[in-house]
Design a protein around this ligand. Structure first.
Ligand SMILES: [Zn+2]
Length: 402
């Protein structure tokens, strides 16, 4: 009975059901003898359990864990088996050690887990597992499917965002914004790559796709998920209005360059509701002095007001008002802004259905930037990409072949 073999050592080493023998110190490590033949395997060829013993395999010493800064090895005595059904012969203990690995599956999972927020060098220093092994593990364990896919979900709310990868290149990140799950970091920013990835998601279940105001993303979303609603992330709309406000200020400043005028920046970008009485007066004085900024400031504040609304109807009323006034303007830039908002009216208002934002996706991008710093200097893009995905694996049990 396997149960009777349970003792302190088997529990400590996570080797329940195996027979543990002598524990010896050996150099800088600890070696534990383990017998695997108590667990009767199934034939890897035909899944039959009709097996008979067929000699013994050579003992193997493999790294199993770490204790008090020492490596703990297990020395496995393995049984050879032969299948009565198909005649295939094989060595037992494969559930403990992946064939050809010098680490047990448990040690592999631990090493990968440690690599999530550490560099290859740090893991090598702390666990004594080298780059070659870790890279092999990454390649075996991390792919798009490793991110715990969403096939069992009834409704899917996607978030798509861009972040810069290795300084300049942009890459798309795809998440589930309601369940707060990372779905994929794509290898490049080509629309074709994004489309290919999105097509793997069951389209019927996708209710919303949250993006920023980018025509190319909207086109893909509408094409791949014709039934879903496109939602523009509120933070992007507000950030966009701040960018337009600041650009107008800079242009005004450039026009007045000869007079060495410097127009303050920050005060225009802070929400008016956050300013004290004096600061508000300050803004108003600046706007009187530089009237070309008035329309931008008004629209930017109006957009903030739009997002303070609870109901879609109220928000729609304000948005119509913004668009109407911007288009009446004699400033070409304001008219263009009005046209953009008109084109994006529906996606902007769709936010008010479920309050969907890309906040989670943004958070992922911040995390990617942190992981990037840890992995700084990795030249191989493929390894780098997998290491980044590894950072989003929610738990050790997600490593599927370990
Ligand atoms: Zn068989």
């Amino acid at each position: 009975m396997a149960k009777s073999r349970e003792n302190g050592t088997t529990i400590l080493l996570g080797l329940k059901g195996y027979e543990v023998g002598k524990v010896t110190k050996e150099g800088k490590g600890i070696v534990v003898e383990v017998q695997t033949d108590l667990k009767k395997p199934v034939c890897p060829c035909c899944n039959s359990t009709r097996l008979y013993r067929h000699g013994r395999a050579k003992k193997r010493k493999v790294l199993h864990g770490w204790s008090q800064g020492k490596k703990v090895y297990i020395e496995i005595a393995r049984q050879r088996w032969r299948c009565r059904e198909c005649g295939h012969s094989f060595t037992g203990g494969a559930e403990l050690v992946h064939p050809h690995s010098r680490l047990t599956r448990q040690a592999e999972a631990e090493a990968l887990w440690q690599l999530r927020d550490r560099s290859f060098n740090q893991v090598k220093r702390e666990l004594g597992v080298g780059y070659g092994t870790l890279r092999r593990l990454l390649e075996r364990e991390i792919d798009e499917e490793a991110l715990g896919f969403i096939k069992e979900e009834e409704e899917i709310f996607l978030g798509i965002d861009e972040h810069s990868f290795r300084h300049q290149e942009l890459v798309h990140t795809v998440t589930e914004v309601k369940k707060r799950k990372m779905l994929g970091i794509l290898r490049d920013d080509r629309i074709a790559t994004l489309k290919m990835f999105l097509k793997k998601i069951p389209a019927k279940k996708v209710k919303e796709v949250c993006i920023d105001m980018k025509e190319s993303l909207r086109k893909v979303a509408e094409e791949v998920f014709p039934k879903a609603k496109v939602v523009v992330d509120p933070f992007h709309v507000i950030a966009d209005s701040n960018r337009r406000m600041d650009e107008a200020r800079r242009i005004e400043q450039d026009v007045l360059r000869k007079r060495r005028v410097k127009i303050p920046k920050r005060i225009f970008l802070i929400g008016r509701e956050k300013l004290g009485v004096e600061k508000r007066q300050g803004v108003d004085e600046l706007l009187d002095k530089y009237p070309s900024l008035k329309g931008f400031y008004w629209a930017k504040e109006k957009i903030r007001e739009l997002y303070r609304q609870e109901s879609k109807e109220e928000a729609a009323r304000i948005l119509d008002n913004i668009i109407f006034n911007l288009k009446l303007s004699d400033d070409g830039e304001l008219i263009r802004w009005g046209n953009t908002l008109k084109r994006w009216k529906e996606p902007i208002l769709n936010h008010f259905d479920n309050g969907t934002t890309n906040g989670f996706t943004e958070g992922c991008n911040t995390k990617i930037k942190m992981l990037k710093r840890v992995s700084y200097g990795l030249r191989n893009v493929e390894v780098y990409w997998r290491k980044m995905l590894l950072g989003f694996v929610p738990s050790r049990s997600c490593f599927h072949t370990i």
